[in-house]
Design a binder for this molecule. Structure first.
Ligand code: NFS
Length: 662
């Protein structure tokens, strides 16, 4: 049935440039154009972004506007203000804060959903779900201040579920997981009034403060955005990660494969796409059910292939090794292969265009969350109290669609192998060795200079730049310079597709120090830590490095930096802001949503470091971004007095090379 023409792609944008560095993606863009199916790549070429909006200079918070206040073109031209007098910095800061609110809300509502199901599962009300990781249950119980020794597993799980749910609506006091941060960081949060109260409260307060005529001080708005973002990173997202680990298992290293080539011509193909693993965990089970496999065979298929997309993919990959079909900018393309029988979505990062594209093929687009319906899609609602039944209904729908395939299928051949599953617990175990789990060897290698520093490279794809290109250029440059990279989200998938998540990548891409460590321990130089809510794992890993000792007493002391070179979602802004508020120098690429206000941007990019120990930055070119991150890492090494150690290592290598040359 497949047209066997897996030829090389033409890689042609209208101006001759590449749209993606991912070969499968480029082939599918060509294929879509052949079939005259419009994709995000075509729409990006046809519709330019509004520059005033992109730089945060448009206020539409009341009906006297929208007011546009772009920077003055000439020196003597007065800076425009809104009808109410709102300045460019107020407008940019309000817009920025609202992005944080939306992003924090998305992660936290995910976390709330997990907490609700967790509590129901703990009470034994959800068939199929239970406690998979008792060790982590105990750890989280301790983190929440519970007397774990006095409780049975069931009682403890119920208490944890209740405590976590209460974190959302808590009116006063401090978030419980914030106490996991280094003590110095907690003191700083208290000093600057950044310590988050209840998650919902911080988000609501942003919406209040950014209403017309309320908070009109950009610094005050930045702080409130910081509080809400911390409520995301150390609250909503962390709750999601921790409870998912307890319910579904804490990830351990597992192999998997990635890219559109994981789809199969002769099986029923199902993709689960979105962010919440609640239903997809059960779809994994349903796809393996002999009754379902038999049903698929009765329709002429040889079996069922389940694959993931976006962060739902990361969740089931990390825990079950389920293959990934692709990242954000590949979702339409997966349908265009013509072999996708069901695209099952939950929440977030789902393009509405899939609905129209699915109509050109036989694909069932199935929504499952009451919070995320799509016009034209079939809705099969996730039944929280009987998830296996919902899952089977979905798998049956996919099998039912299989005989309707048209003869125009095309699957690009690309798929890559990778090793994933680097939770904080795994890193601790792997680096510490058999005798004692510990971050000591990591710290020692940073102090000794074999590892120059740590980078978190995370975030989305963005159709305004070359798909995957920024991630890969940045990450390759970092590991070449001995910076170990922790990755999540669509960035992690870009790495997987490019072979960076395989241990062999160390030899090919790393500087000699990092390569040596990776080869000794048997890990890739880029560690896949999970989905975007799992950025909370990076916070925990950074805290563990601080607590291990020898690298300062706060996250802001670490030779570390964070980046999201292809970001596009509001969630990314919330993540960036909680990294900054946690003391991390954080760089974004493509565009930055405040540049319309020089004063506010200056505050985020410079002054914030004095107050918070972390700051924002914007760099479009990934190699320049790497340079800035490395310069920051070196600055921190110097402050810690460990720059000499590295010099010595470099000198040794240099000397060795010179000796070799003789
Ligand atoms: Ni993160 Fe995951 Fe991807 Fe971006 Fe979307 S899937 S939550 S938001 S696009 S990394």
């Amino acid at each position: 049935m497949a047209e066997k023409k897996d030829k090389k792609s033409t890689k042609i944008n209208e101006d001759g440039s590449a749209l993606s560095v991912c070969e499968a993606t480029q082939k599918m863009i060509d294929r879509a154009r052949e079939l005259k199916v419009s994709t995000v790549y075509d729409r990006a070429a046809a519709m330019k972004p509004c520059l005033i909006g992109a730089e945060g200079s448009c206020c539409k918070n009341c009906s006297m506007g929208p007011c546009r206040v772009p920077p003055s073109k000439k020196e003597d031209e007065p800076q425009k203000v809104g009808l109410c007098g709102a300045t460019a910095e107020t407008i940019a800061a309000r817009n920025f804060a609202r992005m944080v609110a939306a992003g924090a809300a998305a992660h936290s509502d995910h976390g709330r959903g997990v907490a609700e199901v967790f509590l129901a599962a703990a009470k034994g009300e959800v068939p199929g779900y239970g406690i998979k990781d008792v060790q982590k249950l105990l750890q989280v119980g301790l983190d929440l201040g519970l007397d774990v020794e006095k409780m049975e597993t069931k009682e403890l799980a119920i208490k944890i579920g209740e405590k976590c749910l209460a974190e959302f609506g808590q009116q006063e006091g401090e978030l419980l997981f914030a106490k996991k941060a280094p003590l110095k960081r907690q003191e700083l949060w208290r000093k600057h009034n950044l310590m988050p109260r209840g998650i919902d409260r911080e988000i609501v307060e942003i919406m209040h403060r950014t209403h017309m005529g309320v908070d009109q001080d950009y610094k005050n708005l930045t702080a409130q955005a910081g509080r809400a973002a911390l409520g995301d990173g150390w609250g909503g997202s962390m709750i999601a990660t921790e409870l998912q680990d307890i319910m579904f298992g804490t990830p351990v290293p597992v192999t998997g494969s990635i890219n559109l080539g994981v789809l199969n011509e002769d099986t029923v193909n199902i993709i689960v796409h979105g962010h919440e693993p609640l239903l997809s965990e059960m779809i994994v089970v349903a796809c393996q059910d002999p009754e379902m496999v038999k049903l698929a065979r009765s329709k002429g298929a040889s079996g069922i292939t389940l694959a993931g997309m976006c962060c739902t993919a990361n969740e089931i990959l990390m825990r079950h090794g389920i293959p990934i079909a692709g990242n954000f900018l590949q979702q339409e393309l997966a349908i265009i292969t013509g072999v996708l029988d069901a695209m099952v979505v939950d929440v977030q990062c789902e393009m509405q265009s899939m609905s129209n594209i699915a109509k050109c093929f036989h694909t069932q687009l199935i929504t499952t969350s009451p919070k995320a319906k799509i016009e034209g899609a079939r809705h099969i609602q996730f039944e929280e109290h009987n998830p296996i039944e919902t899952a089977k209904q979905i798998v049956r729908a996919a099998i039912g669609a299989y005989p309707n395939r048209k003869s125009n299928s095309f699957i690009p051949s690309e798929k890559n192998d990778m090793v994933v599953g680097f939770s904080h617990e795994t890193i601790n175990y792997l680096l510490g060795g058999t005798f004692r789990s510990s971050y000591r060897p990591l710290n020692d290698n940073i102090i000794g200079g074999r590892i120059r520093g740590i980078a978190g490279v995370v975030g989305c794809n963005n159709a305004r730049t070359v798909h995957d290109g920024q991630h890969l250029a940045l990450i390759k440059e970092l590991i070449k310079n001995d910076v170990i990279v922790l990755t999540t989200g669509c960035s992690a998938m870009a790495c997987g597709k490019a072979g960076l998540l395989a241990p062999e990548a160390a030899k090919e891409y790393c500087g000699s120090g990092l390569a040596e460590i990776c080869e000794t321990v048997g890990i890739p130089p880029v560690l896949h830590m999970g989905s975007c809510v799992d950025n909370s794992r990076i916070l925990i890993a950074a805290t563990a490095v601080v607590k291990e000792g020898g690298l300062g007493d706060d996250i802001s002391d670490l030779p570390a930096a964070g980046a999201a070179p292809e970001w596009m979602s509001e969630k990314a802004i919330s993540i960036g802001h909680y990294f900054v508020a946690s003391g991390v120098y954080t760089l974004f690429g493509t565009t930055f949503p405040t540049t319309g206000s020089k004063k506010f941007t200056e505050y985020l990019f410079n002054n914030l470091e004095e107050e918070w120990g972390g700051m924002w930055d914007f760099v479009d070119n990934p190699l320049d971004m790497a340079k800035k991150m490395i310069a920051h890492i070196d600055k921190k090494r110097k402050a810690l007095g460990i720059d000499k150690a590295r010099d010595r290592v470099l000198m040794d290598m240099q000397m060795r090379r010179e000796l070799d040359a003789v």
